[in-house]
Design a protein around this ligand. Sequence first.
Ligand code: C2E
Ligand code: CA
Ligand code: CA
Length: 760
Amino acid sequence: MTKTNESTLEVREELMHLASSNLFSSSLAVILNAIIVSIIFWNIADKTFLSLWLLAIIILLTLRNIQAKSYLKTIQKQSLESLEKSFKGKALLTSVIISAGIFFMFPADKPYHQAFLTMIMAGLSAGTVMSLSVYKDLARNYLLILLIPFTFAMYQLGSEIHILMAVLIALFLMLLITFSKKYHDKIIELITSNMLVLESEKELKLSESYFTSIFKEVPIGVFTYDKDLIITEANNSISELLNTPVHKLINLDIKLANDQSIRPSLDVTLHGEKGYYEGSYHTQISNETIWIKMQAVPMYDINNNIKGGLGIVEDITGRIQADEKIRHQAFYDHLTGLANRLTLNDRLEQQLARLARHDRYGSILFIDLDNFKTINDSLGHHIGDILLKTFAKRASTIMRKEDTIARLGGDEFVILLSDLSDNKNHALEYSHNVAKKLHKLMKEPIEMEEHTLYITLSIGITTISKEEEDINVILKHADIAMYKAKQLGRNTTCFFEQEMSEKIESQLLLGSELREALKHNQFELYYQPIVETKSSHITSCEALIRWNHPTRGVIYPDDFIPYAEESGLILSIGDWVIERTCIDYKKIKNKIKNISINISSKQFNQDNFVTKILKTTQEYSVDPSALKLELTESVALDNLLATTDKMNLLKSHGFTIAMDDFGTGYSSLSYLKNLPFDFLKIDRSFIQNILDNEDDASLVKTILTISKQFNFEVIAEGVEEKEHVDFLKDLNCEYYQGYVMSKALPVNKFEKFLNDREVS
Ligand code: C2E
Ligand code: CA
Ligand code: CA
């Protein structure tokens, strides 16, 4: 607040204002007095003098009033200083004129007139104090000019009474001057304090407007409410936050809002406490759910009574959503939206505790999409992703709410079926039904841009109950059962059994050792003779791979080829087999026509397969006609046409081609008709039972009949008995292969075997 005193511009303006506005009434009084004096003295004094005197007073006062008026109407252009000078000067001139007139008029011999003038002078002086005390010196000087000549005139008459009168008037003059001074001080004090009030009012207004703009524009929601919880003020931020215009918020009754979650924290403020709320809020008018953080405080009136409260609201929806997203990313699979391993483990843990408490059974289904890797590699990750999502979506439709379906990664999924039964068999039955449903769901084709895909599942099931504790063991058991399902030819379901565990565990270990095996030359080819049935001559042989494991001895291909295929290592192994066959062929080429090599589908489907095999045969100077390539019908699964072309190309170079394991796979006649095979190998599982199983016997007969029609030569596998040979001879089966002649032998032993037969 600025310091205020008499000399500040504001105060001087105020004084000028006061003086100017006092002037009119005091001027009127002076003129009236002057007129009365003139009337009374008309016959005593000089008329011209009197008239001039009166005229001078009237003119002077009129001028002063005009000046004052123009100041009041603020049309005065003069500076305040010159105005003050002019005001004071003219006032003193007025007093000189009045005083002089009275002095010269003062009658020495007329006591009544003297008394009259005394009264007039007393009145004028009193009026002066009232109207001119605004300026301290002015009132004093005015009074001195007015009364000293008059006192002198009185005194000069010399009588006792006149001297006494003069003394009294002088005393009166002093009294008036003192009084005027006090009155002046009072005026100054009043003006000053008035100005202070005005100033603080101004400052109040200013801070109020600051407050209003802060309230309006602060980037946090603010609202006030009265004791009835009716909103009295709301700022722009809260209007944005609630997506509701300010005018709709004001007068809104919070008690009637649908979402009452903030109520308790507002209610406490009406009892003088602070309130706090953090959580979701459903907005009344815009009908949205947001997350807010709110603090509420009581508001008091002047008498310190609670008049309502003030709420400060922050929109934390963004933060909550980000948290939620992070949480979701941590616990859910981003591709399928299913639970991830972390969540599965957590739920499984909880489930185990619950099952143990109530002595009940649940189960775990371990699911793997068949041939997923092949599809993903050949058709692209984009298609792979669609497959995974399709499975996730379809599988989710048959889940109960309490079940969990999770993706562990890749194409591995796990379903936790919680709390199924108090009976293990019932739990198994239920789980099996779920597995059946899953298989059925996947029978529906998956339509994509340019592909229609079918995918099958391999499912492993294991029950869970209070007997299990370690979730890793449970998942491993389910995984082993799934692996068994894969080994059984995929598209099937297997239950976990304890014996599986040990076997598969050792197999899993082998898988990791395969790479080493290739590096350290642990593979070896064995040869099994293929016999011409009619002549009993060994015309050919099949190369069968063995793994001479450093600690486990000889390992058979069924125990490691699946891993080699899964890991892709089959390609290197396949190359090695072709090369080795070419080398070994030289040792026995005088005794047999050709050697059969097993070619896995993956190997065959390599783009450069034909070039590679040609290069190898050339390198070892082996004629392609010395090699018979054994393929299974799965080679043609992806693209029948491309497979046919490739087979024809190979044949044009002299290779011969046999269909291996006929009868076990898809075995459709359409393959037989369309693919240019030279030989057909009947799977050993059929041959084994031909003597005592009518069905198998007639199936073999049928295959032989059809083969004749398509011009294939047939090789029967797994011939173990002399009777088998007779049976096949009767049916004109061209070749056979089996233990009845010989097991597969290492090349040197095989060579010796051939030599021995020649000799005998
Ligand atoms: P496969 O092509 O069906 O080979 C015939 C399998 O039957 C061989 O098993 C052979 O030892 C066995 N066998 C032969 N005669 C008899 C018999 O009288 N009775 C019975 N019960 N079995 C007989 P092996 O050598 O264990 O090979 C198993 C499978 O491994 C082969 O089945 C073939 O699919 C695969 N395989 C073997 N060597 C290779 C290879 O070099 N490359 C590829 N990709 N796969 C191979
Ligand atoms: Ca074979
Ligand atoms: Ca076979």
